[in-house]
Design a protein around this ligand. Structure first.
Ligand code: FES
Ligand code: FE2
Length: 358
């Protein structure tokens, strides 16, 4: 038995994950979160900075996400008003006491870009981020609708990220599950450090006959997939799945769609239809994707056939690095990420051909 078959697909993997949207956390707002089996409190300090801390007060255990308040860069416990500092979780004030207590709350590293607040999870507890989520030019482009709130769809699911995200590498299911006319042609697929990517083209039935669609998928870590969809309405999408615990996750679609008119910030017509259709295919409990993931029994050593070895097989080997100490040695056809390029890189600057083509 190899090490790879002893680590559960439900084990949490190191990396950046979607926590919530910037629009949900204005200055002074406090929110309870639960991810990775831990209770977390999120708040935006008066400085505008977002902090995520372990949720339970170190005095007598009140949950700071329920009734907590922001004071400067601190969060104030609702129970006896002890204050905790956002930056390092340290006790910052105890009412009636002229000193602080030597206690602190666990802290979570955060990153905010394009209206999304990410949190960093470390499997070992001490891994520092070596990458950042990519950014989108579309978020500052007035020809696109704002992401939040209308481009956002979110639900709770009872499977870990990998069940759904193996779809990134599963080219043939585009025909059998999503109704594409044929199995798409793979233009490129491979892995580069913390990123796995696929690029494929195929025909999609539309009311006006088959349309040629090309999808570029960039998966970063186990929980984030960035997709650029060409050939239909201009669309860039983040699919994010963050474990709540080992049985359930928050699955969110964050969709930037091109405007159909200049009128307001709420997508209309084709743009609205794109968002609804993406949500229908991935999130709706009656969609075939959801039914499969909801009831799937994960097959660890699946008998992959044909191109699946170069797509799903590579994906599975690539995904191990986030959950376990993977010994170096022959595994996936891996290309080097270009060193010296600053992160976060705009998604539009990723060029598949710079990596590996199969
Ligand atoms: S429980 Fe938080 S201040 Fe007492
Ligand atoms: Fe799918």
């Amino acid at each position: 038995m190899t090490a790879s078959s002893t680590v559960s697909v439900r084990a949490y993997g190191t990396g950046w994950y979607h926590a919530l949207y910037s629009g949900e956390l204005p200055v002074g707002v406090v929110k309870p979160l639960r991810y990775f089996g831990r209770d977390i409190v999120a708040f935006r300090a008066e400085s505008g900075k977002v902090y995520l801390l372990d949720a339970h007060c170190q005095h007598m255990g009140a949950h700071l996400g329920y009734g907590g308040a922001v004071n400067g860069d601190n969060i104030v416990c609702p129970y006896h008003n002890w204050q905790w500092r956002g930056s390092d979780g340290a006790n910052a004030a105890v009412p009636g006491l002229d000193r602080c207590i030597k206690k602190s709350l666990g802290t979570w590293r955060t990153h905010e870009s394009d209206g999304i607040i990410y949190l960093w999870f470390s499997r070992t507890g001490d891994e520092e981020p070596s990458w950042l989520p990519p950014t989108f030019d579309e978020s500052a482009d007035p020809s696109y609708y704002p992401l939040y709130p209308h481009g956002v769809k979110r639900t709770t699911v009872n499977f870990p990220p990998q069940f759904a995200f193996e779809n990134v590498a599963d080219i043939s299911h585009m025909r059998t599950v999503h109704g594409w006319v044929d199995i798409p042609v793979v233009n490129a697929a491979g892995a580069a450090g913390p990123m796995f990517f696929t690029d494929f083209t195929g025909a999609v039935p539309t009311r006006r006959g088959p349309a040629t669609v090309r999808i570029e998928n960039f998966q970063w870590g186990l929980g984030l997939v960035y997709s650029r969809i060409h050939g239909l309405h201009p669309t860039v999408q983040v699919s994010s799945i963050t474990p709540i615990d080992q049985d359930s996750s928050i699955y969110a679609l964050s969709i930037y769609v091109g405007r159909v008119d200049d009128d307001g910030d709420e997508p209309k017509g084709r743009a609205k239809a794109v968002i609804e259709e993406q949500a229908r295919q991935a999130l709706n409990v009656e969609s075939l994707d959801r039914q499969i993931w909801d009831h799937q029994m994960y097959v660890e050593n699946a008998p992959l056939v044909g191109d699946e070895r170069a797509t799903i097989g590579v994906f599975r080997r690539w995904s191990r690095q986030f959950r376990e100490d993977v010994a170096s040695g022959p595994s996936a056809p891996v290309a080097e990420l270009k060193v010296g390029r600053a992160f976060p890189l705009p998604l539009s600057e990723f060029r598949m051909e710079e990596y590996v083509a199969i």
